[in-house]
Write a protein that binds this ligand. Structure first.
Ligand code: 6GU
Length: 253
């Protein structure tokens, strides 16, 4: 996958990209990440990227021309035959659709993604209407710019690309991937400060272990994120189990 990030702060990306799994994915040619400075696509002496809003009001608005030209200058990977306009051009903005594991999965199938980091008080509306094909927000809070959001999207998407994580199986049990939070994990030592690893995990009984993990994932989700349970794929026995948890909570013994 080719990922192009357009930003006014290109200097914030190299450390992020060159650490750990992302760098390994780049070395293995599973992803390429190009950072473009939007300011490089200005033509005036002062490299102006923003201006005051028509109609008045506080703050500055990012001008459309440098953003359009920066996107139009993106060179698709020669290995894929996509042209500009055939890949998602995603504007990162608090007004976008709320990012989720499902959206990460949706984006992970593309050969090419373009991420535009919004900044200041806003972006000229024509960027939304005529350039961006999608708008994404990473949560209901306001950041100064879209850079952190771009990193969040890159990391969540890249790890879903086959081969990027060491073990092909590991994204399957992820919190959220199956609609439930992940079950508790333990490693050595078996006893640490008198806190013991649950017996069942030492049993070697894979059926029992799988049952325990599924139950723990359900309990954890029920306690912490009950909103997720409606969309989780629970069988009738598991739904019954949740009813029991609810009853126990209502009438503590
Ligand atoms: Cl994508 N950008 C900004 N500036 N703030 C945000 C956001 C994005 N997502 C949540 N808050």
């Amino acid at each position: 996958m080719q990922i192009d990030i357009l930003t006014l702060f290109p200097q914030v990306f190299p450390t992020f990209i060159s650490s750990g799994i992302l760098q390994r994915a780049i070395d293995r040619e599973l992803i390429t990440v190009n950072i473009t400075n939007i300011r490089d696509y200005t033509h005036d002496k002062h490299h102006t990227v923003d201006d005051s809003p028509y109609g008045g009001g506080a703050g500055m608005v990012l001008k459309p021309e440098p953003i359009f030209e920066a996107v139009e200058a993106i060179k698709p990977d020669p290995a894929d035959r996509h042209k500009v306009g055939e890949f998602p051009v995603i504007l990162l903005t608090p007004q976008g659709r709320l990012f989720s594991q499902q959206i990460a999965q949706e984006l992970s199938v593309y050969k090419h993604l373009v991420l535009i980091c919004g900044h200041y008080e806003g972006v000229d509306e024509r960027v939304r209407q005529h350039l961006a094909t999608d708008e994404i927000s990473i949560g209901d809070y306001v950041l100064i710019g879209g850079e952190l959001a771009a990193m969040v999207v890159v990391e969540a998407v890249a790890r879903l690309i086959p081969g990027v994580l060491g073990s092909a199986a590991s994204p399957i049990d992820d919190s959220h991937a199956n609609g439930l939070l992940e079950y508790p994990q333990y490693t050595r030592p078996q006893s640490y400060r008198d806190w013991d690893v649950p017996e069942v995990l030492l049993s070697g009984n894979h059926g029992e272990i799988a049952r325990w993990r599924r139950e723990q994932a359900i309990i954890r989700t029920w306690k912490r994120r009950p909103d997720l349970l409606d969309k989780a794929n629970l069988n009738p026995a598991e739904k019954q189990f949740i009813k029991r948890l609810e009853t126990e909570q209502a009438e503590p013994t």
